[in-house]
Design a binder for this molecule. Structure first.
Ligand code: ATP
Length: 248
């Protein structure tokens, strides 16, 4: 019988990041296994982006142990496309292989953006630009894909489409994903594991085992949403006996 041995793509032990006197990350431990989809929640200023920058190798002022493979790609909240390069060239940027153009075309096809390959970034819609940014991250076939609130600027309908796209791409390429988000429902719809960052550490961790595609009314998700909101220090969902003016 074949047993799957999880492959670790990142391991952090006692990771600490100080800004002046303040330790924003304070002895944080985290392991990321190959192929798992993690969502990272935390109050504003809790250090989510700081942790992501550490994992991306963009911050060297760290104490503790940080072991991350070379194969890491990041997509940020704003797509960060180079305006004077066409979409295909943006996707292929820094890709040092002979068939970079063909790979970029394949990645653009996967995100449904083939028709915009020769467009200038400024002519893309928000959703298209975000898909180009995903193609740029995925063309590197990363073992670890870091997503820093990539959906937060999208309108609700585009967001649903891009959620599905990310799940499809994840199923196809199976990178480990660490998604930073403010949105509890987004975390529950997408991730296998939801982490809450607080006081510089992973303070809470929840496994999400509901099968995909998920619906937000699934009883497991309703229950987890309540627990997550409490962990984040937000009042849990409205109660039928609440006075009307206190309801959302
Ligand atoms: N370069 C810096 N210099 C000084 N302080 C910083 C720097 N970068 C981040 N910080 C501080 O570290 C804390 C964590 O910031 P970070 O951006 O990681 O939080 P976050 O959880 O991603 O927040 P948000 O959800 O609002 O995006 C904040 O208080 C921030 O002001």
């Amino acid at each position: 019988m074949e047993t799957r041995i999880p492959r670790r793509v990142a391991g952090l032990r006692g990771l600490t990041r100080r800004f002046g006197d303040r330790a924003v990350l304070d002895g944080l431990d985290l392991d990321i296994e190959g192929g798992e989809f993690i969502a990272l929640l935390g109050r504003s200023g809790s250090g989510k982006s700081t942790l992501l920058r550490a994992l991306a190798g963009l911050d060297r002022d760290l104490d503790g142990e940080l072991s991350v493979g070379d194969s890491v790609a990041v997509a940020f909240q704003e797509p960060r496309l180079v305006p004077w390069k066409r979409v295909r060239a943006n996707v292929a940027l820094g890709l040092d292989v002979p068939d970079a153009g063909a790979r970029a075309d394949r990645a653009l096809e996967e995100v449904g953006l083939s028709e915009r390959a020769d467009a200038w970034p400024l002519t893309l819609s928000g959703g298209e630009a975000q898909r180009a940014s995903l193609a740029r991250a995925l063309v590197r076939e990363p073992e670890l894909l870091l997503l820093d609130e990539p959906f937060s600027a999208l309108d609700a309908l585009t967001r649903i489409t891009v959620h599905q796209l990310v799940l499809d791409l994840w199923a196809l390429h199976r990178p480990a994903v660490l998604l930073v988000t403010h949105d509890v429902d987004e975390a529950l719809l997408l991730a296998d594991r939801v982490l809450v960052l607080s006081e510089g550490r992973i303070a809470h961790e929840y496994a999400v085992t509901a099968p995909r595609p998920r619906h937000r009314d699934h009883p497991d998700l309703v229950n987890l949403r309540d627990r997550l909101l409490r962990a984040l220090g937000v009042a849990a969902c409205e109660h039928p006996t609440d006075p009307p003016e206190e309801r959302r």
